[in-house]
Design a protein around this ligand. Structure first.
Ligand code: PLP
Length: 440
């Protein structure tokens, strides 16, 4: 494709989560990446404010990953994961369970966040059945939750456009109230003080459905895709306590919060709340090769390891589970995270990050700013009758000015690679301030 693509060259591709016709009229093509930057097809340098899509945590173009992937693809490009194994899969599993808290010490490999979520939901229901609680088939998600795009994920998810077009969801799913409340919490720095009681909504659902029908609750410790929705102080602890009280499994969807986003390896450690199952993807391989992982606590794994030794314990898996090239990418990524202490770097930058993003307060149309670790959400007042239009304008102008950000509805989201330097934080937020002013 030439440097300036013509419309016909763009036609065949159906882009995901994109306004296809609007995009094809004004395409934004990325051609190269290194460190904190992308370069566009026409050679402009773009500061990456979103780690690609919340995944390139170690920054772009990491040579160690390139080499590991090249080596592995030349040595053995594929190995079947059913009834067979290969050394890198075990090495990676051992390495990852060193990072997870407590006895989250078994891992099942997938290829994406959506697959991790479906895997976790299936394990939860099957686990309840194995422990003699087969009536527990109900799954509880949360409004504004995003758990990928499989039918399991959209069923427990709580974003209306991801659900309304697709007919019947999984039966027996219910949702907790979300925790976004601008009236009480606008412009809070870090975790909101108000709203721990929202976890009591689980008591309401238990009273409605009875605990004997509920297998698991799934939440993102920090909701990313819905526009950076933070848990109020004490909320997750309360949710854990209610789950314990009623024998309900707690699943943390850490596809975004996993691998250092909050300044700890996982959100579970950041919040000091122990989930039963954790879903991950994205930062696992630095986005270089698709891969996801589901971590389960020892008692869950052990519950499956009963019965005859020749019996398959879980009728679930993917052709590309523990794909050797993905394992190589993940191992190289984890080594970079360890060597450069990236999984805790966010904690050192968090205060500067917070100050920087809150400097946007007072700019035109900014009605809330939310931050934690190296994540921020900046909510803009929607234009009357045109939800999302204002944020789209900001996104576009920002791209023209050389920064890549995300938007969902009228909320801007920032989640830079964890290698970001202090002066790049200033550049990112400074440019965004200019753009918000210019589009007012
Ligand atoms: C919390 C969460 N779960 C699941 C997913 C889905 O991941 P994937 O797009 O890799 O299927 C995402 C993606 O953004 C996510 O943020």
């Amino acid at each position: 494709m030439s440097a300036q693509p013509n419309r016909a060259d763009l036609e065949a591709l159906w882009l995901p989560f994109t306004a296809n016709r609007q995009f094809k009229a004004n395409p934004r093509l990325l051609a190269k990446a290194e460190g904190m930057h992308y370069w566009t097809h026409d050679g402009r340098k773009i500061l990456d404010g979103v780690a690609g899509l919340w995944c390139v945590n170690a920054g772009h173009g990491r040579q160690e990953i390139v080499e590991a992937v090249s080596r592995q693809i030349a040595t053995m490009e594929y190995a079947p994961p059913f009834q067979m194994g290969h050394p890198l899969a075990f090495e990676l599993a051992n390495r990852l369970v060193e990072l997870t808290p407590g006895d989250l010490d078994h891992v099942f490999f997938t290829n994406s966040g959506s697959e991790s979520v479906d895997t976790a939901l299936k394990i939860a229901i099957a686990y309840q059945r194995l422990r003699g609680e087969g009536t527990r088939q109900r799954l509880i998600g949360r409004e504004k939750g995003y758990h990928g795009v499989g039918f399991g994920g959209i069923s427990v998810g709580g974003m209306v456009n991801n659900r309304k077009f697709f007919g019947s969801m999984l039966p027996g799913v219910d949702h907790l109230r979300h925790t976004l409340d601008l009236e009480h919490n606008a412009f809070t720095r870090g975790l909101p003080e108000w709203g721990a009681h929202l976890a009591d909504d689980l008591e309401r659902l238990v009273a409605l459905h009875d605990a004997s029908t509920i297998a698991a609750v799934i939440v993102e410790p920090v909701a990313g895709s819905a526009g950076v929705v933070l848990p109020p102080k004490g909320y997750l602890q309360k949710l854990r306590a209610i789950c314990d009280k009623y024998g309900i499994l707690l699943i943390f969807d850490e596809v975004i919060t996993g691998f250092g986003r909050l300044g700890a390896p996982f959100g579970a450690q950041y919040f000091d709340v122990m989930p039963d199952i954790v879903t991950t993807a994205k930062g696992l391989t630095n986005g270089a090769i698709p891969m996801g992982a589901v971590f389960v606590r020892k008692h869950i794994y052990e519950a499956f390891m009963q019965g005859p030794e020749n019996a398959i314990e879980l009728f679930h898996g993917y052709t590309y589970s523990a794909h050797p090239v993905a394992c190589a990418a993940a191992l190289a990524t984890q080594e970079i995270y360890r060597r450069d202490a990236l999984l805790t770097r966010g904690a050192q930058l968090a205060k500067q990050w917070e100050d920087a993003v809150h400097s946007l307060r007072g700019l035109p149309n900014v009605i809330d700013i939310r931050n934690l670790g190296l994540v921020a959400g900046i909510e803009l007042q929607s234009r009357t009758g045109a939800p999302g239009a204002r944020a789209y304008d900001v996104f576009l102008k920002a791209y023209e000015k050389g920064i890549l950000i995300r938007f969902t509805g009228d909320i801007l989201a920032l989640s830079p690679p964890l290698i970001i330097e202090p002066k790049q934080i200033d550049e990112l937020v400074g440019t965004l301030a200019e753009v918000i002013r210019a589009t007012a």
